[in-house]
Design a protein around this ligand. Structure first.
Ligand code: 5GP
Ligand code: MN
Length: 342
């Protein structure tokens, strides 16, 4: 990973040093990585460089991840894009991955745009400077190495909140070192620990601070709604269910990983009802590139073992009742074709 081009780093320094108003943006339904690198970027701009910066982010954020944004100036008003001279986009590969309403405003925005991301196929036309690396755990890790280079191969000058936010982002995207761990990931973790980041506190906040509603909902869904098929499983979560169990934004994060603990399950899928569509989460064991399934059947994409997308009843399928047959048809066909590929 450590081959960040010298001229890209110089350009990055020049752009942030000359900017007076910076808007930071990440993908819709921000996860720990999105919030971690956005927060770190804010603290870098604000505390280290004394810049005017703001994080443009939707209002509703997972309550267990809120702590990552402590001290971060934020807004959900796209008007900030009219007066800024630099946009820094983090943890997504094209503007269509931003929250509803943000994409158009970002397309219209004439400010210089920098991208820092770890997904395949970044949309190069949408950005002026691109840092794209897929052999890293997370956008937070990539940003860690960028900021370290910018600071002259040192963490000096980076504040504790910035370093802590980067550890949060990497920890959530690797699911606490369970996947996408590269040698550089452990180097990063080691340097952050040495710099005094409190990992125990991060673990407590991220993994051990849930409300009981989440645990009860997990129990119910795994017991009553988990469909186990030949090599894959899926769970459909309706709005009605979330209402009944009092489930909030982001509170079922991680559920999709659980069925993968069954030996014979190679792909785990969750379908969560949203406003007129279903959000799809896909996870797979090594060897199965689930981002292909996301692209082929769910208008989505992502990483080889962790992807997502959407499904629209009324256009993709006649109605909600057709969800199980659509999922089963697509996934069985996909697994069959994967078998032929291997
Ligand atoms: P999650 O299941 O945690 O929501 O998403 C897992 C990964 O899938 C994300 O990190 C992102 O890379 C990708 N992803 C999720 N939703 C979408 C989507 O709607 N479109 C695309 N292209 N990728 C998505
Ligand atoms: Mn990420």
């Amino acid at each position: 990973m450590n081959n960040l081009a010298h001229n890209s780093i110089s350009r990055f320094k020049e752009l942030v040093n000359t900017a007076s108003k910076v808007v930071i943006v990440s993908h819709t339904h921000p996860d720990g990585d999105a919030l971690g690198c956005a927060s770190a970027m804010f603290h870098f701009l604000n505390s280290t460089l004394r810049k005017d910066a703001v994080f443009l982010v939707e209002k509703e954020i997972s309550s267990t991840l809120e702590f990552i944004l402590k001290g971060v100036r934020r807004t959900d008003d796209v008007a900030v894009l009219e007066t800024c001279d630099l946009v820094i986009a983090l943890d997504f590969n094209r503007l269509s991955r931003t929250a509803p309403g943000f994409e158009d405003a970002l397309q219209r925005c004439r400010a210089t745009k920098i991208l820092v991301d770890h997904h395949l196929n970044p949309c190069l036309e949408e950005f002026d400077l691109v840092f794209s690396e897929i052999q890293v755990s997370s956008a937070s890790e990539l940003l860690f190495w960028i900021l370290r280079k910018v600071q002259g191969d040192s963490l000096k000058g980076l504040s504790k909140p910035a370093l802590t936010a980067l550890m949060c982002g990497m920890t959530t995207d690797t699911n606490n070192f369970a996947n996408s761990v590269w040698p550089t990931t452990l180097e990063m973790a080691s340097q952050l620990l040495a710099a005094g980041v409190d990992r125990d506190d991060i673990i407590r906040r991220i993994f051990n601070s849930y409300r009981s509603a989440r645990v009860k909902a997990f129990g119910y869904l795994l017991n009553n709604c988990l469909a186990i098929r030949d090599g894959y499983s899926y769970i459909i979560i309706s709005r009605e269910f979330k209402r009944k169990f009092g489930i909030r934004e982001g509170e079922l994060e991680g559920l999709v990983n659980v069925p993968l603990s069954i030996g014979k399950i190679k792909i785990s899928i969750t379908l969560t009802e949203d406003d007129g569509f279903y959000r799809i989460s896909l996870r797979s064991k090594r060897g199965i590139k689930v981002n292909r399934l996301a692209a082929e059947c769910f208008h989505g994409g992502g990483h080889e073992q962790a992807s997502g997308g959407r499904l629209y009843p009324g256009s993709d399928i006649p109605s909600r009742e057709d969800l199980p047959s659509y999922i089963e048809e697509c996934t069985a066909r996909f697994l069959h074709s994967e078998k032929n590929r291997i």
